[in-house]
Design a protein around this ligand. Sequence first.
Ligand SMILES: Nc1ncnc2c1ncn2[C@@H]1O[C@H](COP(=O)(O)OP(=O)(O)OP(=O)(O)O)[C@@H](O)[C@H]1O
Length: 481
Amino acid sequence: MSDLQGDGTGYMTQFFGKTNRSGLTRELIEALFPMFEEASAGAIAVDREARITWINHSYSQLLGLKDPTEAMGRPVRQVIPHTRMPEVVETGKPLLLDIMEHNEQQLVVTRLPFYDDEGNIVGAVAFVLYDDLQPLTPLVSKFRRLHQDLAAARKALARKTRGTRYSLGDFVGASPAALEVKRRARLAAGRDMPVLLLGETGTGKEVLAQAIHSVSVRAEKPFVGVNVAAIPDNLLEAEFFGVAPGAYTGADRRTREGKFHLANGGTLFLDEVGDMPLPLQAKLLRALQEGEIEPLGSNKVVSVDVRVIAATSRNLETMIADGEFRSDLYYRLNVLEIAIPPLRDRMADLGVLCEGLLEEICDGLDLRGEINDAGVAALSSYDWPGNIRELRNVLERALTMSEDGGVLDADAIFRVLPRSSVRLMSTNTPRPVRPLAQTIADAEAQAIEEALVATRGNRTRAAKLLGVSRSVLYEKLAKMS
Ligand SMILES: Nc1ncnc2c1ncn2[C@@H]1O[C@H](COP(=O)(O)OP(=O)(O)OP(=O)(O)O)[C@@H](O)[C@H]1O
């Protein structure tokens, strides 16, 4: 321990009486003080007037003082301009942890007042705990990471409680067409009426339905989605209205709640409503008109209060003309219609969509996802039959295949754009060999995308072309998104 006063522990008597204000003995303080002084990167003391009374060797070196004795008796601010020791002397309040700038260096400091036998402040002492922030970096980044995790978990929890993953901000786009969609969505959110969302596959119908729910008066109530096309026809009624106990003989004699019941008080999202068989259309209409449902095998009706948001990629008016959709149900559902344009009609949004989707893809992964102007231009040469879902898949594949995981350029995009896009110039870059499962999954995704291109997004026809059932196609599409 260095002592500019030169008399060993002499300065100690100068700082403390026999006991301090809180009753600590001088012995204890005398044992602690040298430890602190030695472990720290510097120590200094000032008197009641904030003039330096003592400074140790390491601090004078840290401050770059040629002759430390010259600092004695000088106002501490003259020597350390950013110190807050005068404030400690003035208020009597310790500053336990602070970061102080000195000559472009950041010092982590602690400052404590000290008292005489009568409890009067007679000065302050300060220790430099760290003379750079480096040792604290792991601590600070761990704290930041935990903080971010906590914020993400809180957000996810809030969404889970509401049953939604998306809010209006998640519907990305600033083109006039996208802004009009958002304007109508806000209108829909403000009024408790049925909404019909029209748009091709992957245009964001579900994103929008959840967003409308999350800003509506029903936001705190459940959001329940049913994809009509993904459920075999013979199970749809039970899925919608539930099953009373004992309705079926055999193993499963339990009550099963239907989606209407689960959505009670909230929003029921009917995706691909155009795929609903006619007999069920009649039952749905009745449920909407009466606000009552009758679970399968029960002879009791149950009141329900749900707001229906329906969506379809099919032309319901043509279906009505062909006798495939009930016009009375159509008018019941179509009180407020929102037509979501396909991606090819809002190419101005490509850049911002890429930014948002890349961020989403890279979230939680050790990947950097960026795309340059040439990459975006390459994307705009394609007409996107699978819309934003397909754009997301293309970006994901491009990122996985890009060797440095860095900025996606035109080459990286052309390498993964579906070959069926006739407008593309193909690059002859050979594809790296990848695990078989991934190659098969990609080939399957490509076949599905080609079928959707051929049918302009009509999934019933695409499933037929692929020789799979509609529900299998939906299952595969869900895995692709
Ligand atoms: N405007 C948008 N901004 C950002 N992401 C979007 C947008 N629209 C869609 N997406 C993303 O595209 C994917 C498909 O969206 P979504 O499921 O809402 O489409 P959809 O129209 O309901 O499709 P489908 O008719 O096939 O069910 C999701 O990953 C979603 O996050």
